[in-house]
Design a protein around this ligand. Structure first.
Ligand code: ADP
Ligand code: MG
Length: 350
């Protein structure tokens, strides 16, 4: 399979008198055969990134390599890209079978050969797919349409597969089922893939690697653990993880953290200034002698969850999240106290 490399990719759009930087100097390596999830808020440039990899948008600057080959000037067809979109984009007038066959009809591939390819694809997509082949898109549910769209993508034996929020139009239950099927498919296929989503759970369960995007930039790439345990900046800290990291506004003076009237010594030298102090809710231990006090105002989770999240309002009206085991009993309105955990993070405010 193919390693994808993006070098200094910048893409702007002109809107009225404004220049929108959809992608700002992106450098990214996607290892051969792996799936990277690109996770970021709406409007951060995810779709543009996919289109640039596909060859559907031409970057203003930068180059794209598939292994050692510079594909920057190649068409999507020449790049052998398979793409699956949120809205499936099936041809409405053709049955599912026709949707799969269409690219081969254009190339005048013999019917018998096409049938064989469809049979192989149906086998890969597993139980029940054959049954969908003789239906038109409007006779299929959202989940079934998405399976056909995925079939249409893999039948062409693409060198790279790109997914743009492919599950976001499915209901919650179907999303979980399709997610599992898709992950299995990607593992079996061993094809290099980019999976764009704004859904953390999806990004984490599908991707071998996760790339966090914001404002046209890839802020950090890593595994779930790498990113959660070592977020590169306060955006990643506040955005990634469930629950995401707690952040308190603090000052550092003479290597001491000052939060409200409290002083917490630091064991290493840090430049004076304004910081965000980060800590994970799972590292917090509630105890009546703790120096930080607050009141529980919301408890997130169901009896079926292994852990729950207490939302706690602190004395300065900021809010933090503490993870507890489901068996521990707390109530909304209850006052609690805790100390800062040993493991803290400091992000310079800018
Ligand atoms: P995402 O997929 O993460 O929601 P997009 O890649 O669609 O983000 O968009 C990134 C930014 O580029 C947004 O500000 C969007 O409005 C802008 N943009 C995307 N496509 C176009 C376009 N064809 N013309 C003008 N602006 C665009
Ligand atoms: Mg998008």
């Amino acid at each position: 399979s193919i390693e994808i490399r993006l070098e200094n990719i910048t893409k702007t759009f002109k809107a009225k008198n404004e220049t929108i930087y959809a992608l700002k100097n992106i450098n990214l390596n996607i290892p051969a055969g792996k799936t990277i999830s690109i996770l970021g808020p709406s409007g951060c440039g995810k779709t543009t990134l996919l289109k640039v990899i596909a060859g559907l948008e031409k970057p203003d600057e930068g180059k794209i390599f598939f292994n050692s080959e510079d594909v920057s000037e190649l068409s999507p067809y020449e790049r052998r890209i398979g793409m699956v979109f949120q809205n499936y984009a099936l041809y409405p007038h053709y049955k599912a079978r026709g949707n799969l066959a269409f690219p081969f009809w254009i190339k005048k591939v013999p019917e018998k050969e096409i049938d064989e390819k469809i049979r192989e694809t149906a086998k890969i997509l597993g139980v029940g797919f054959e049954y969908l082949l003789d239906k038109k898109p409007k006779e299929l549910s959202g989940g079934e349409q998405q399976r056909v769209a995925i079939g249409r993508c893999i039948i062409r034996n693409p060198s790279v597969m790109l997914f743009d929020e492919p599950l976001s139009n499915l209901d919650a239950k179907l999303r979980v089922i399709t997610r599992a099927q898709l992950k299995k498919l990607l593992v079996t296929f061993n094809v290099t893939s980019v999976y764009v989503t704004h859904d953390q759970t999806e990004a984490i369960s599908i991707g071998d690697l996760i790339g966090i995007m914001n404002n046209g930039e890839i802020i950090q790439v890593g595994t779930y653990e790498e990113i959660v345990n070592n977020p590169k900046n306060s955006f990643v800290a506040s955005f990634f993880g469930k629950p995401s990291m707690n952040l308190l506004e603090v000052k550092v003076i003479n290597s001491q953290i000052m939060w409200r009237d409290k002083t917490i010594p630091l064991d290493k030298k840090i430049e004076d200034g304004e910081y965000l102090l980060g800590f994970h809710g799972k590292d917090v231990e509630i105890n009546p002698n703790g120096e930080i006090k607050g009141e529980i105002y919301f408890i997130d989770g169901t009896p079926a969850d292994i852990s729950k999240v207490l939302h706690v309002q602190l004395e300065d009206n900021s809010s933090i999240k503490i993870e507890i085991k489901s068996g521990e009993i707390y109530r909304c309105g209850e006052k609690i106290a805790f100390s800062l955990p040993k493991k803290i993070y400091l992000f310079k405010k800018n």
